[in-house]
Structures are given as structure tokens and as C-alpha cells.
Design a protein around this ligand. Structure first.
Ligand SMILES: O=C(O)[C@H]1O[C@H](OP(=O)(O)OP(=O)(O)OC[C@H]2O[C@@H](n3ccc(=O)[nH]c3=O)[C@H](O)[C@@H]2O)[C@H](O)[C@@H](O)[C@H]1O
Length: 436
């Protein structure tokens, strides 16, 4: 704006009546300065307002359209779409399942089982570095050799999720992507909120708005029982005393599932897994790193309860968990809504998937010693206050009744299969370990 522009009569009107009065005798230059600073102020205020509005529009999520596209796009294009379509081809009576966290431990096993029986299966995984991503890449190779394509992407990327549903009308979602681990939550709390809460909501937002809506089965956790001391843990027991942020985010997931079922008619089944173990397992879990350290001759720490009692887990073998997951998909009723609108009440379920026979951690170590033929260097320490609970034990009568769930692998048998896989996957890991 030019400073030489003639001043209009409006310039003589005070902004605050009675407080500002222009003297007729005041020199022209004073009026010009006042006018200029007022214009500048207006101009900058407008800029500021436009900026705020622009930021607001960009950052506020639209209820139907996702707000942003992934920064790390490794998807899209005709070839990619062909792979997605090929992976989701079904046999005559097959279902079409999107498996989140497909390169994870449980995700890989469930995807394989579904594919084997003729379902259409597509995986999605963000391949994060919580534990060695090479193991995830090897699981991906295994899946791809068996006809399951794993899309690289995050469940928080709603554009990608929507695209997948545009290409394939999934009948089911098996949601296994999560930030796992009880103790790690103290180091990286944000990752639990990102995956287990924001990611779950992002997935449900897309599922509720597509047509047809898929039925959803997802991984909750035995950790929701927290400080509950009534055993065995039944689905009816209280779950309002989580002992870790991990548990709290899984409990939050169960409440979020209730909301989306209630408002949008999504059919949702939550599965409370009890310390799942087996081949292709997670290196952050005790049975896995105990094996590694025992073989290396390194000391292992075994936690004990404050009363010097043993800490025990209802360790559950992966094949039993897979059967529970598949039975949940097969018994899931259809969602009742479409395009974001509920048309009637929908199914909402929660099941314990455990083994119903807790084993002290020190006994697990004894089994490993026997199978590895190496003596462990045990250090017994009090259980740190970082999220652990003393005891887990599943009551599985509900899962048995509704899913015909019946675990049949005891810890010794399951660990034998794990150890066989471990020694084969990490050849040379036994070198240097002193024999028992
Ligand atoms: O059921 C679940 O929902 C969870 O199961 C699993 O948690 P947890 O049951 O805690 O398994 P995990 O860490 O293998 O510790 C096993 C035992 O070893 C004890 N433990 C552990 C470490 C150690 O150094 N020493 C030790 O004694 C420890 O005190 C514990 O008693 C999954 O990780 C979690 O993601 C979630 O899925």
C-alpha cells in the first residue's frame, strides 16, 4: 500500500470514541503515520488469521476423508494393485481378510493359516524397529513365498487403508498390529499411544465408513486383568486396574471397540492373548532372549514376587492361538452398518485365549536348559515395578463354548518346537556354549 495515497474522511473517525481526537491544526504527516500503522496492523492481523485458518483446515481430520498421505509412500500403481488383487483371491467359500501387523509373530502365523485354507489374505505392516526388522523381513519372505502380499505402511495412514478397501472389499479385518511388550512402555510411552490407540481408531474410522463394513477381530491382551487377583481370569472379572501403559492402551482399545460397535454397528471381537510363544516369535519376550543368552553363556535374570514366590505365566503356544483367531473370524457375524451409519445392533465379543495352566518362569528356564542341553546362569531378582504382574491364568470356558477353542500344546512340547526353529534360524548360535 502506497504511503502517498490520499487519506479518506474515515481516517478522522476515532477507533475508540472520546479517546482520540484529531486536531484540525495537526500536521498532515501525523495523520499519515497513524493511517499507515493502522493499515499495517490490519494487514498483519489478516495474514495471521488466514494462517491460523489454513493451519486449522490442514490439521483437523475430516470425518470421512483421511487428513494426510503417508510421507513414506511405498505403495500405489498398477503393479502394486495387481499384487493386492492377486493376494486376496479366494477359493469358492473363502473370506477376504486384511491382516494388520502381518509381518509380526502372530500376524505371520494367522496369515499363513488363512491362506492355506483358501482365504484371500492381504497383509499390512510398518516394519518398525522395535525389534530386529530382519526377522520381520524374513517372515515377509515366508508369507510372499506362500502367496500373501504384505503392504508396507502404517495403520495410521488412513489414505492407504482407504485405498486398500477401494481395491478389495474385505469381508474381515484381523487386526494384530500393535506396540507390544509390557516393560518397554516405560521407555517409549508414545509408541503405545500411536499404535494401540491412534492406529486402532484410524483403522476403525475407515472400517466404519466403507460399504460393506468388514467384521473385525483384534488382539487385546491378558494384561488388561492387571492387578486383578481372582484366578483364573474370567472375561467377567474387573479390568480397571492396569499395571502398565501397555495394558492401559489395550483396555482403552476394548472401550474404543465398544464405542464403534455401539455407534456404527461394527462387528468386533477382542481376543485376550496370554503370553504367546513359538517359532518365529518375538525376540523381546523372555523365552526368546533366555534361549539366546543361555546359548551364549550369558546370565539371565529371573524375577520373583515380593514374597519370594514365583512369577508364573499361562504360556500359550502359537498354533493354539491361531486356531482361536481363525475360529473368531469364522463365527464373527456381519457388521450391520454401512457408509458410517448403523442399521441395527452388531456383535461385540471378548474372549480369553490362554492355555489354562500357568507355569513358573523358573520352570520354563529348566525346560529350556534340558532342550538346549546347556545350564543357565540364573540370577534371581525381585520383580521390578515396571508393569509386570505376578501371575496370569486364563479361564477359557467362554472361548470353548463359542469358538470350540481347546489348546492342546503343553509348554514342554511348544518349547521343543521353538528351540528346533531357533537353532535352525540362527545356525551357529550354539557354538561356544558350555554343555550341561
Ligand atoms: O499376555 C500378554 O498379553 C502379554 O504377554 C507378554 O508379556 P509377558 O507375559 O510379560 O511376557 P514376557 O515379557 O516374555 O515375560 C514372561 C515372564 O518372564 C518374566 N521375566 C521377564 C524378563 C526377564 O528378564 N525376567 C523374567 O523373569 C516376566 O516377569 C514374566 O513373568 C507379551 O510380551 C506382551 O506383549 C503381551 O502380549
Amino acid at each position: 500500500m502506497s504511503q502517498l495515497k490520499p487519506i479518506s474522511h474515515l481516517d478522522n473517525i476515532p477507533s475508540t470514541p472520546g479517546k482520540f481526537k484529531l486536531e484540525k491544526s495537526q500536521p498532515y504527516i501525523h495523520r499519515l503515520r497513524f493511517h499507515t500503522s493502522l493499515s499495517k496492523l490490519t494487514l498483519w492481523s489478516s495474514f495471521f488469521l488466514v494462517f491460523i485458518l489454513f493451519y486449522y483446515v490442514l490439521s483437523s481430520p475430516s470425518p470421512t476423508l483421511p487428513s494426510r498421505r503417508s510421507l513414506n509412500d511405498s505403495w500405489g500403481g498398477p503393479d502394486w494393485e495387481k499384487r493386492v488383487t492377486r493376494s486376496t483371491k479366494t477359493s469358492a467359500h473363502g473370506i477376504t481378510v486384511l491382516v494388520t501387523g502381518a509381518a509380526g509373530f502372530v500376524g505371520t502365523h494367522v496369515s499363513m493359516a488363512l491362506k492355506r485354507r483358501g482365504d484371500g489374505v492381504l497383509g499390512i505392516d510398518n516394519f518398525n524397529h522395535y525389534y530386529d526388522p530382519r526377522l520381520k523381513r524374513d517372515r515377509q519372505k515366508l508369507l510372499e513365498r506362500n502367496g500373501v502380499f504384505v503392504v508396507e505402511g502404517d495403520i495410521n495412514d488412513a489414505v492407504l487403508l482407504r485405498k486398500l478397501f477401494d481395491v478389495v472389499p474385505f469381508t474381515h479385518v484381523m487386526h494384530l498390529a500393535a506396540q507390544a511388550g509390557v516393560r518397554y512402555a516405560m521407555q517409549n510411552p508414545g509408541s503405545y499411544v500411536h499404535s494401540n490407540i491412534a492406529g486402532f481408531v484410524s483403522l476403525l474410522e475407515v472400517c466404519k465408513s466403507v460399504n460393506p463394513q468388514p467384521a473385525i477381530v483384534w488382539a487385546s491382551s491378558s494384561s488388561v486383568y492387571g492387578l486383578n487377583s481372582k484366578v483364573p481370569f474370567s472375561e467377567k472379572d474387573r479390568t480397571d486396574q492396569p499395571a502398565s501403559l501397555y495394558a492401559a492402551t489395550k483396555k482403552a482399545g476394548e472401550e474404543i471397540a465398544h464405542t464403534y460397535n455401539h455407534i456404527y454397528g461394527l462387528s468386533i471381537t477382542g481376543l485376550r492373548f496370554f503370553t504367546v510363544y513359538g517359532p518365529w516369535g518375538r525376540p523381546d519376550m523372555a523365552y526368546f532372549f533366555f534361549t539366546k543368552d543361555i546359548l551364549k553363556g550369558k546370565p539371565i535374570t529371573i524375577f520373583e514376587a515380593p514374597d519370594h514366590g514365583s512369577v508364573a505365566r499361562d504360556f500359550t503356544y502359537i498354533d493354539d492361538i491361531v486356531k482361536g483367531c481363525v475360529a473368531s473370524l469364522d463365527t464373527a457375524k456381519k457388521s450391520t452398518g454401512s457408509g458410517g451409519k448403523k442399521k441395527g445392533p452388531a456383535q461385540l465379543r471378548v474372549f480369553n485365549l490362554g492355555n489354562t495352566s500357568p507355569v513358573p518362569v523358573s520352570d520354563l528356564v529348566s525346560i529350556l536348559e534340558k532342550q538346549l542341553k546347556v545350564k543357565a546362569k540364573r540370577k534371581v531378582l525381585p520383580m521390578p515395578r515396571n508393569g509386570d504382574v505376578k501371575f496370569t491364568h486364563a479361564n477359557i470356558s467362554l472361548a470353548h463354548k463359542e469358538l470350540r477353542y481347546k489348546p492342546n500344546t503343553d509348554l514342554e512340547t511348544g518349547l521343543k518346537k521353538f528351540v528346533k526353529w531357533y537353532l535352525n534360524y540362527y545356525p551357529g548360535s550354539k557354538k561356544g556354549s558350555s554343555a550341561w
